[in-house]
Write a new protein. Sequence first.
Length: 104
Amino acid sequence: MLTTSHNDYNQSERDNILRKTPMRCEDTDLIEIACMKSFILKITTNTRTYEGRAKDIVYNEHRIQCLVIEQNRALTQIALDTISEVTALTQNPFFQTIKLNAKT
C-alpha cells in the first residue's frame, strides 16, 4: 500500500515547486545513503513529523521528487521540498541530522 503526502498540489503549486531551487546535492546523497542502508529516519516537514525506514527517492505522478519511507508496512511518499530536517535514528558514520530549508 502506497500513501502519498504533500502530493495533492494544484497545477499552480506544482509549477511553483518545479521552478524552485533543488535540494543540495550533498544532502540528496546522504538521503540516498539512508535509503541504500535502510536507515530508520525521523523526517520533519512544514506540517508534521514522520518516522520510518528509508526506502527510495522517486518522482511521483506530478514529477515531484519524494522520499519513500516504510511505516507500519505501508509506503509513504514525502515531497523532498517540504522536508526541513532529517534525523537518522539508525546509528551510522554518515550523518546524524540534516537541516534543510523547506521551500513550501
